[in-house]
Design a protein around this ligand. Structure first.
Ligand code: 3HC
Ligand code: NAI
Length: 699
């Protein structure tokens, strides 16, 4: 049942019951209209209360239904709201916990509203690339005033009910309940009070004006434009609210409807809706049920206080979990702690962290030079040098000292996790936690599942990831895991593009225009070109037939390791991150080209983007096929959260789906004809070829 019906004396109570958040899917909408009809037909009923079961009044339209025929099927949300407005008996919304999107629009259609304090009230549609499509842009300005309503619609941010109730002249809430617990009883009493009231008040009949008229909306539009350049929805929200101030209510509703439908089909909205669901799907592991027992993690140890160890430790300190860091030498510990302090102090200076919070976090940090001090930790994360011998020594020691059941995690970015696990007598407790640099900032966490990692370890680290505010994505064991395995192919394409005629700046600019935060050469300068150099030395020994451009090696031979040496693909001025093109580097590339006998050609931005992005897509298809990732949307999350892929394109797999996999495969077969490229790589992965042939998508 999705809407329960009950009569309490003279009051009918309709309770939305569609867990988890009472989304207004077809069955729920049908349930509401049926119940309304029943209440209106029952002479004993004098007034109607609508409320929500569980932890929400309503989270709005059912996002999972979007794009399916069900979303539009009658009764659609507009018809439900109309039925409420037209009810001959007063309808009262009893709002609590979460009242968002279509849920708030439904409440705004009711004749009266009573809210519990602490309710999160929002019109968050803009975060899905939409605007409220069931009258929210027309009714909220009437109920709340134009400015606060526009702010809520453009930002999508929740505001607490008690704060809204304080707005002068607001008509959103007729009454505030004393508490969430007393809401139901107070709603019944209020319903009885207004049962005989006629005519019934409707938000649509309230006036809607802004004293500064069009000028105000122009300012709002200018502001929104600057802040949301790749997203059409925020600007459209302004248009719709302006329409509310212009003419009749019905005309405003038509404007809202037209904009809503147009936005629904934009790639940006599709991308944002995909991300909403992908983010939630990422936390679910197919063979690890939601009720898998978890291990308690109340104390964490970190081995290594270098670049990663310090950042990793901060995540747990921020979440209130004590951390003990172990190093080989006191100086290394002091350096690591000083860096953590410096990072926090910078946040305090910027006003992002309160002094007492800073002190509280630092008080949770302790250090040691002795493994014996780690015996009480529930989890240890190793972040020492990336050498298998060093990892072996550390894990043998951890196996000796850690208490039974402790989780032993490695932050390795390239080494075989199964091998690391084999250094211990408890491979079931070993897992990879691949943080991204800077580890206290980057949202992505690749959780590397070893062949023997226990399910409860997986369940524990996935929920711990949420606690430390990371987006965790599960990866199987392979070289580079999901993200770096793909980036290697992307980097290889970058190299071929230089060999064929591009400059680093041209490649970077093209892909940055596509929306990447940073092109491959700027990114490599940031990460350190020596890291890729070391990987290549190993990789191409193992795979001598793998084709790649030698330009990056030549660059490293000149000591141009990137930002840290002030010189890489670009030059850098100390203290600044601006990439300044360097003529010597361009000359180096030209000479290399000449030595290979290549006549440079002009390569279009379109080709650059396609080769870089499709190289990610093809490798990702292999990753899916190999079972390294369990779903395409996980790969999108990796690229969105860890590699600066443009949000409004929804990740490489979503982007490929939108371009059409047939078109992607066609482009690959063109690239395979290029003698300077790697024809073997451009053979579409069998999964990609199959999906393209069947006209299907990844997601
Ligand atoms: N429809 C369907 N499912 C929804 C949903 C919705 N509107 N909102 C949340 N859910 C689901 C999530 O997918 C998740 O499902 P899962 O357990 O299977 O993964 C579950 O509810 C819990 O979600 P969260 O993990 O996000 O739980 P939180 O407690 O952290 O947050 C929330 C709850 C504040 C409601 C948050 O989920 C949220 O912000 N939801 C989006 C609300 C929204 O955007 N509503 C507008 C919809 S568009 C609309 O109404 C159009 C209309 O104008 C016509
Ligand atoms: P780093 O060189 O900055 O720090 C390593 C620290 O470990 C040093 O402080 C060193 O003194 C300490 N250490 C070395 N051997 C030790 C031992 N036996 N016992 C205790 N401490 C020891 O290295 P970084 O960059 O922090 O990398 C650490 C790990 O994280 C590596 O496995 C690396 O591959 C991985 N990683 C690095 C990323 C990066 O961007 N730097 C990103 C993701 C993972």
């Amino acid at each position: 049942m999705t809407a329960e019906y009950k009569v309490d004396g003279a009051i009918a109570v309709i309770t939305l019951n569609n867990p988890p958040v009472n989304g207004l899917g077809l069955a729920t909408r049908q349930g509401i209209t049926d119940a309304l009809a029943k209440a209106n037909a029952d002479a004993a009923v004098k007034a109607i209360v609508i409320t929500g079961a569980g932890k929400a009044f309503s989270g709005g339209a059912d996002i999972k239904e979007f794009g399916s025929p069900k979303a539009m099927q009658e009764p659609n949300l507009l018809s439900v709201i109309l039925a409420i407005e037209n009810s001959a008996k007063p309808v009262l919304a009893a709002i609590h916990t979460v009242c968002m999107g279509g849920g708030l629009e439904l409440a705004l259609g009711c004749h009266y509203r009573i809210a519990a304090p602490g309710t999160s009230v929002a019109l968050p549609e803009v975060k899905l690339g939409l605007l409220p499509g069931a009258g929210g842009t027309q009714r909220l300005p009437r109920a709340l005033g134009v400015e606060p309503a526009l702010n809520m619609i453009v930002s999508g941010e929740p505001v607490k009910s008690e704060m809204l109730a304080l707005l002068p002249g607001q008509k959103l809430f007729d009454k505030m309940a004393a508490s969430a617990e007393s809401l139901a009883a107070e709603a019944l009493a209020f319903a009885a009070e207004v049962a005989a009231q006629r005519p019934l008040p409707l938000v649509r009949n309230l006036p809607c004006k802004h004293p500064q008229g069009d000028a105000y909306f122009q300012f709002a539009r200018n502001m929104v434009k600057g802040m949301s350049k790749n997203f059409p929805a925020p600007g459209k929200c302004v248009d719709a609210v302006q329409a509310a101030t212009k003419g009749k209510f019905e005309a405003g509703m038509s404007t809202e409807r037209e904009i809503f439908i147009n936005l629904m089909w934009t790639p940006e909205s599709k991308a944002l809706r995909h991300i909403f669901l992908a983010e939630r799907a990422a936390s679910k592991i197919p063979d690890v049920p939601a009720d898998t027992p978890q291990r308690a993690i109340d104390a964490v140890a970190v081995i290594g206080a270098g670049t990663m160890g310090g950042g990793i430790a901060m995540n747990f300190l921020n979440a209130g979990i004590p951390v003990k860091i172990l190093e080989m030498k006191q100086e290394a510990l002091d350096r690591g702690v000083a860096t953590i302090r410096k990072n926090y102090e910078a946040q305090v200076k910027k006003g992002k962290l309160k002094q007492d919070k800073y002190e509280q976090r630092m008080s949770l940090l302790s250090t040691t030079l002795s493994y014996a001090d780690l015996k009480d930790a529930d989890m240890v994360i190793e972040a020492v040098f990336e050498e298998i011998g060093v990892k072996e020594a550390v894990f043998k020691e951890l196996d000796r000292v850690m208490k039974p059941g402790a989780i032993l995690a490695s932050n390795t970015s390239t080494l075989d996790l199964n091998k690391i696990a084999s250094f211990t007598q408890r491979p079931q407790d070993v897992v990879g936690l691949h943080f991204f640099s800077p580890a206290n900032v980057m949202k992505l966490l690749e959780v590397v599942r070893g062949a023997k990692t226990a399910k409860d370890v997986m369940a524990t680290v996935m929920s711990l990831a949420k606690k430390i505010k990371k987006t965790a994505v599960v990866s199987g064991v392979c070289d580079g895991f999901i993200g770096n395995r793909m980036i290697e192919q992307y980097g290889r394409q970058g190299g071929f593009l230089l060999d064929e005629g591009c400059t680093p700046a041209q490649v970077d600019k093209a892909i940055e225009k596509f929306g990447f935060a940073m092109g491959p050469f700027r990114m490599s300068d940031l990460a350190g070109n020596d890291i890729g150099w070391a990987i290549r030395k190993r990789r191409y020994l193992e795979k001598p037939d793998m084709k790649y451009s030698k330009t990056a090696d030549l660059l490293c031979e000149k000591g141009r390791f990137g930002q840290k040496t002030g010189a890489g693909w670009y030059d850098y001025v100390p203290g600044k991150r601006d990439a300044i093109p360097n003529a010597e580097v361009v000359k180096m590339i030209e000479e290399h080209r000449k030595a290979l006998g290549i006549t440079p050609r002009k390569i279009s931005d379109e080709e650059i983007v396609q080769r870089l992005v499709y190289s990610l897509v093809n490798e990702a298809a292999h990753i899916l096929e190999d079972g390294i990732a369990s779903k395409a949307s996980d790969i999108d999350m990796v690229y969105l959260m860890g590699y600066g892929f443009p949000i409004y394109r929804g990740g490489p797999m979503n982007y490929a789906d939108q371009v059409g996999l047939f078109n992607v495969v066609q482009a690959m077969s063109r690239f395979a004809q290029n003698p300077l490229d790697d024809a073997k790589f451009w053979q579409p992965a069998p999964l990609l070829a199959r999906l393209a042939a069947e006209g299907k998508t990844f997601n």
